[in-house]
Ligand binder design. Structure first.
Ligand SMILES: NC(=O)C1=CN([C@@H]2O[C@H](COP(=O)(O)OP(=O)(O)OC[C@H]3O[C@@H](n4cnc5c(N)ncnc54)[C@H](O)[C@@H]3O)[C@@H](O)[C@H]2O)C=CC1
Ligand SMILES: O=C([O-])CC(=O)C(=O)O
Length: 347
């Protein structure tokens, strides 16, 4: 049988050659049709994410939805000569059409932080947005894989689960909180400190996606480094936990991470698509329903497959510093999960 090598978006982007022509060569005759919808597609994350998903050869149809502004984004992105057919949808009345037939729905809809705010400060606005979008997902594409980017992820994922449960469409294998940016940051910061080429670095990040709930496991980083002191590991951990705040402060009121988040979101969506297409051994960290700790949702390495989550992988051996971090994060993460569940049950 003729075999096609599908170059992953990550390796293509790493090599700096994600050109339209290199994507086009791996065309639709070997890969299934896949529709991806982005909700919040006219925003700071949504626009570059739309671009990156348009470059992904696994996508045959790209639906760009927002409350406004999507016709322009869609017209712009649609001129790129890659496989995906692009359509823009704006306003409530077009949401159903945007979602119908979607295999993967990526949600970067909602407000971002300003300096001085925590992610939880976004709860009051974003909880309602996520709830209404998830209600539409359960109506128009109940079997889609959902990639939740909107903050606070530690609460928006539990909100989504409750909305889907109420609608009778919940499948815990298809709901993911996107924590890939924490992994992206941990890899970058580790490579810089350990002075190893970043392209070969791997660092699992577990827990959740806010402050101390973000727990990078540098003891499992590869390639291992013997040159890092306990102080170095502490500093790397803190920088990874505060990575979002570093960007919020640098942007000084003009929002939070958008470009690095779009990159991270594209990596994670690509992994979901590969899993759906039956590519073996696709593993990424994500915040999912989990029983590896006593908390009902937890980020860890997850094996992706045709049904979404194939396996939630364990934490592996932790250093004493990481064990301490794990115990410290649990009360905060538990409270954020419960807040999301309570909101969805009461609204
Ligand atoms: N999971 C993660 O690692 C990260 C998450 N984020 C979060 O992503 C979210 C979006 O951030 P940005 O793109 O920078 O914000 P943005 O304000 O630039 O864009 C958000 C977009 O969502 C749209 N929107 C609002 N309500 C909507 C609705 N009901 N339906 C569809 N679209 C709607 C807005 O019109 C806007 O275009 C924020 O909550 C932010 O905190 C940001 C960075 C990293
Ligand atoms: O920090 C924020 O508000 C946005 C975010 O989640 C991140 O950059 O990790």
């Amino acid at each position: 049988m003729r075999r096609f090598v599908i170059r992953s978006l990550e390796s293509a982007v790493r090599r700096g050659d994600a050109s339209a022509s290199s994507c086009r060569r791996f065309s639709s005759d070997s890969t299934p049709e896949r529709k991806v919808a982005i909700l919040g597609a006219a925003g700071g994350i949504g626009q570059p994410l739309a671009l990156l998903m348009k470059l992904n050869p696994l996508v045959s149809s790209l639906a760009l939805y927002d409350i406004a502004g999507t016709p322009g984004v869609a017209a712009d992105v649609s001129h790129i000569n890659t496989r995906a057919e692009v359509a823009g949808y704006a306003g409530d009345e077009q949401l159903g059409k945007a979602l119908e037939g979607s295999d993967v729905v990526i949600i970067p809809a909602g407000v971002p932080r300003k300096p001085g705010m925590t992610r939880d400060d976004l709860f009051n606005i974003n909880a309602g947005i996520v709830k209404s979008l998830c209600t539409a997902i359960s109506k128009y594409c109940p079997n889609a894989v959902v990639n939740m980017i909107s903050n606070p992820v530690n609460s928006t994922v539990p909100i989504a689960s409750e909305v889907f449960k109420k609608a009778g469409t919940y499948n815990e294998r298809r709901l993911f909180g996107v924590t890939t940016l924490d992994v992206v940051r941990a890899k970058t910061f580790y490579a810089g400190k350990a002075k190893v080429p970043v392209a070969g670095v791997n660092v699992p990040v577990v827990g959740g996606h806010a402050g101390i709930t973000i727990l990078p496991l540098f003891s499992q980083a590869t390639p291992a480094s013997n040159d890092l002191s306990d102080e170095d590991i502490k500093a790397l951990t803190k920088r990874t936990q505060d990575g979002g705040t570093e960007v919020v402060e640098a942007k000084a009121g003009k929002g939070s991470a958008t470009l690095s988040m779009a990159y991270a979101g594209a990596i994670f969506a690509d992994a979901c698509l590969k899993g759906l297409n039956g590519v073996p051994d696709v593993v990424e960290c994500s915040f999912v329903q989990s029983s590896i700790t006593e908390l009902p949702f937890f980020a860890s390495k997850v094996r992706l497959g045709k049904n979404g989550v194939e396996e939630v992988l364990g934490l592996g051996p932790l250093s004493d510093f990481e064990k301490e971090g794990l115990e410290k994060l649990k009360p905060e993460l538990k409270a954020s999960i419960e807040k999301g569940i309570k909101f969805a049950q009461e609204n």
